[in-house]
Write a new protein. Structure first.
Ligand SMILES: N[C@@H](CCC(=O)N[C@@H](CS)C(=O)NCC(=O)O)C(=O)O
Length: 213
């Protein structure tokens, strides 16, 4: 049975999973969720994704939500095909990979999320934008990316010298930052080298939307 992904093309969570499906060369069916008509808040959807957010995966009746968990499941299930090494198996390499996953969530997404919410989605919806909140989010993110720049001066990728899921998880939010007025991914030298490399991967080029970096 082919994997079924229920999501929205161009939205961060769905695109994150699409990148991994492409890296691993896994066939899938994408079911576009009709968010305009609030399908993701319907009782049927909430049974699969109780928080009413996209995406979720249906693998022959096995239901999984949270884009990072879905990506991990796909990379582990199809470990023998496509891009190798996305989940390091050596004890210490895996511990450093877990550290990098936490970095992405706690030191990147935690700061990009409020920025994208305020600087992109609210603007897009014609809601009043709080410029002070945008400036605060940019300055907090910039400090974190200074640390990324130091890490990436000593190693090629965020978990070490090999590409892992942790790097690819940055793509969807990172790509929206210039539209929010933040350009640190291009101006910090080691971050820029890393960003240019991961964002030029065919998996991302095939996935990224029109607003993406
Ligand atoms: N941590 C979740 C986040 C899911 C999420 O926030 N999805 C957004 C799109 S990227 C959504 O469905 N938003 C619809 C809404 O808030 O009603 C994941 O990675 O899957």
């Amino acid at each position: 049975m082919v994997l079924k992904l229920y999501g929205v093309t161009g939205w961060g969570g769905t695109d994150r999973v699409l990148v991994i499906l492409r890296e691993k060369g896994v066939p899938y069916e994408l079911h576009e969720v009709d968010t305009k008509n609030k399908e993701h808040k319907s009782a049927a959807f909430l049974e699969k994704q109780p928080f009413g957010l996209t995406p979720y995966l249906d693998d022959d009746g096995f239901i999984l939500y949270e884009s990072r968990a879905i990506s991990y499941y796909i990379a582990a299930k199809y470990s023998d095909q496509g891009t190798q090494g996305l989940i390091p198996t050596d004890l210490k390499a895996n511990a450093l990979f877990q550290q990098a996953l936490s970095n992405e969530l706690c030191n990147f997404e935690a700061f990009t999320y409020p920025l994208i919410l305020e600087g992109l989605y609210k603007r897009f919806q014609g809601l009043e934008v709080d410029q002070k909140a945008i400036d605060k989010a940019i300055s907090a993110l910039d400090e974190k990316l200074d640390v990324y720049d130091k890490i990436l001066s000593k190693q090629k990728y965020i978990a070490g010298d090999e590409l892992t899921l942790a790097d690819l998880f940055h793509l969807t939010s990172g790509a929206l930052l210039p539209s929010c007025g933040y350009h640190g991914l291009k101006t910090k030298p080691n971050v820029a080298r890393w960003w240019n490399e991961i964002s030029s991967r065919p998996s991302w080029q095939a996935t990224k939307g029109p607003n993406a970096l």
